[in-house]
Design a protein around this ligand. Sequence first.
Ligand code: DX5
Ligand code: ZN
Length: 216
Amino acid sequence: MVKIAPSILAADFASLKEEIMSVEAAGADMIHVDVMDGHFVPNITIGPMVVEASRRSTALPLDVHLMIEQPDNFIPAFVQAGADIVTVHAEACPHLHRTLHVIKEQGAKAGVAINPHTPVDVLQHVLKDIDLVLLMTVNPGFGGQSFIRGVLEKITAVQTMAEEKNENIWIEVDGGIDDETALLCSRAGANLLVAGSYVFKHEVRADALRKLRGES
Ligand code: DX5
Ligand code: ZN
């Protein structure tokens, strides 16, 4: 079944612990944490301190999405702060294979994210080194943007690539996920959905999660 990772980017940071606890109680499978550096993307968000505070707020896996340049310098701090999965952008990593092994050496699961315009071919030779592919369905940097439909064919392409190589990986989508786009993505082959605004704008978070899973 498809898993849901609410993105705390859309949470109320003045009540972060309660926000995380509310989505955990509603049935979230992971907590997605968006880290932005103001260089790779035109926005600045949070760092290891907030990951550490999130770690103390939930037992769920922390899925940390690094939208930063030179991630190798910061991976150990994020893993020590409690990240279970660390995802880096292929576009930010000239030595992607090395960076993925830095994540593994730290003891976390490794993911590779690609922007909407980046071809899936870049994943071909690292698929065996990773646990997760994150297909951006918006241009990274902000919550609340519109889903880019052209990415749907990339989801299926990654699923086919993984099947051909016999690799069991998470195919995660991130950006503009609501009850409609969630179903398009899961039908195309995604098995992990990130949703920020859609989950946190729902007063009853369990309703949002059910709808994202296509249950009602
Ligand atoms: C965008 C982030 C997303 C974002 C999703 O750069 O990577 O995780 O929080 O937000 P929504 O679901 O509001 O599009
Ligand atoms: Zn994200």
